[in-house]
Write a protein that binds this ligand. Sequence first.
Ligand code: ATP
Ligand code: MG
Length: 282
Amino acid sequence: IDIRLKNRYLPISTMQPSSNHTQSPQTKAHIIAITNQKGGVGKTTTAINFSASLAAAGYRVLLVDFDPQGNASSGVGYSSNRVQRSIYDAIVNESALKDCVYSTEIPTLFLVPATIDLVGAEIEIITTDQREYVLSQKLESVRNQYDYIVIDCPPALGILTLNALVAADSIVVPMQAEYFALEGLSALMKTVTNIQQKYNPRLHIDGVIFCMCDDRTNLSKQVQHEVQTHLGHHVFSTRIPRNVRLSEAPSHGKPILLYDLHSTGCKGYFKFAQEYIEKQQR
Ligand code: ATP
Ligand code: MG
């Protein structure tokens, strides 16, 4: 990938490449869980393309696929037949997490893949001590090697998502601007509060990112307005448009920036990454 990309879309002043703040053992990745128990809202698309956008800006990023569907893995070129060791091996078979990390076509983007095996992990985790901390403990061992760790969560509030939220510093909530968007949001907020109190006081909400937006419809505008009223500054101002190129890219095993750099979807995710960094620096 041509790293000059970032100069075109992402102002270098806001997107500091990791080469400028060389990794020291004290550096710890910021861990972001991409979560919403509602299915098909854009979690995986966001996990892949947000990670890729941060990586294109020079940050070292580890994308952790924590959904047995394995869509984040295949979306960056690792369908299950290419995976020898997955997140399952790290959390159940005691493999070192570093041995489950794969490189991708983007030099600063790395992947810990998931396969369908992960379904079994739910049951196995439940019987272990400290079952809420399994992922957190594993990530700790690689945390000083990355600037960001992005976790793609499954569409449920089960033990896997619980582990992701216990490991995370913050969450990004992809949402579709449709009639039932707010349904389930209060359950998610309750879960977050519960986790803050019981397991992880660091956890905070970065915000909601609207995905698959179609600003021509009144319903979409109405829902965005309603969510904004409920959540205020917890809504990112970037909107990801509905864009067919975003839905095509995974079947080629590529993040959007390697599939169609000039698409509206690609620009949307670059803008989101930029907004995220700016918000974090404030
Ligand atoms: P699940 O809950 O099953 O894990 P998800 O929340 O991860 O789903 P995605 O897989 O990212 O959601 O998206 C659902 C579908 O919508 C996919 O086919 C994806 O390609 C498509 N999609 C996501 N975002 C967009 C977009 N902005 N424009 C067009 N299609 C999109
Ligand atoms: Mg998904």
